[in-house]
Design a protein around this ligand. Structure first.
Ligand SMILES: [Zn+2]
Length: 290
């Protein structure tokens, strides 16, 4: 089992090399030696069926695994019925596009606390993810995994424990573990060999090995502030903040896990994803294996 590495959206190099259209991304990524692409619908689901299908066709040709980021406007932790309905609408629209593209995973933010306790917010979000799963199943998207994401700001729901709990409320959910976010919200605590191993152990404990080893992931170095947590995404060249990618790559290789790692560096997603892939492969026992 091998990890897949890829980009969140289209990196700067893509444009610098004269490309504009996302349908050209899969072959471009293949040319760079990457194998995953997360299509961004964070600012809304604004892609038509023809374009989505063409991206899917190109991805199949290039052997690129697709996932899709649902709009940032969702808030599964908000109990207000109108808000819940809006969240469902965004997630269903994201699944429709994922279906057209052939994307198997839709990443969903877990929501803001809005002055409620973490416990109350988590209880609401659990119900919400159960509802989202059922609505997506009913709409024919039963095979698309919904992925609650760990969040980078302290006043958001979505530390590792919360996301693991959300991922276990029913079948058809898989965590999107954003290690940059966990680093930022823990004010730099969650990084390094020991902490990384502990997080992966905990994932295995809660999810079981079969699900843990294929988890979805985002990775970037992230600047944080002591009060709020995440403030901005960095590149691997900006080393004032972490987390260091190497312990994660080493641990994944050592365990023989095959997650999908989407690099969310600020503009250098392609370059930094490759750096991670090389580090990961350098620790794999049998570099010709599968
Ligand atoms: Zn996200």
């Amino acid at each position: 089992m091998r990890a897949k590495f890829g980009t969140a959206g289209n990196p700067e190099n893509f444009a610098l090399e004269g490309f504009k259209k996302s349908k050209d991304m899969p072959l471009w990524l293949m040319g760079k030696g990457l194998e995953a692409y997360e299509y961004q619908c964070g600012k809304g689901v604004n892609v038509g069926e023809a374009t989505a299908r063409e991206i899917g066709r190109q991805a199949a040709l290039a052997g690129i695994t697709l996932s899709l980021h649902a709009p940032y406007f969702v808030n599964p932790a908000n109990p207000d019925p109108d808000s819940q309905e809006k969240t469902a609408g965004y997630v269903l629209a994201a699944c429709q596009v994922a279906r057209w593209m052939g994307a198997g995973r839709v990443v969903i933010h877990t929501g803001a606390l809005q002055k409620r306790t973490r416990e109350a917010a988590l209880t609401t979000a659990k119900e919400s993810f159960r509802m989202l799963r059922r609505r997506c199943d009913d709409a024919g998207y039963g095979d698309i995994l919904l992925c609650p994401e760990t969040m980078g700001k302290i006043n958001q729901l979505g530390d590792l424990e919360e996301v693991l709990a959300l991922s276990n409320v029913c079948e058809g959910l898989l965590p999107c573990v954003d290690f940059g976010h966990l680093y930022a919200r823990s004010l730099g605590l969650l990084e390094g060999q020991e902490e990384t191993a502990r997080m992966l152990d905990r994932m295995e404990e809660v999810l079981g090995l079969d699900r843990a080893r294929v988890f979805h992931s985002h990775f970037s170095m992230i600047e944080f502030t002591p009060k709020g947590g995440e403030s901005r995404h960095l590149t691997f060249d900006q080393t004032d903040f972490g987390p260091d990618y190497r312990p994660l790559c080493r641990e994944l290789a050592r365990r023989g896990w095959g997650p999908t790692i989407i690099c969310e560096s600020a503009g250098t997603q392609d370059v930094d994803a490759l750096v991670m892939k090389e580090e990961y492969l350098s620790h794999c026992q049998d570099s010709a294996g599968n």
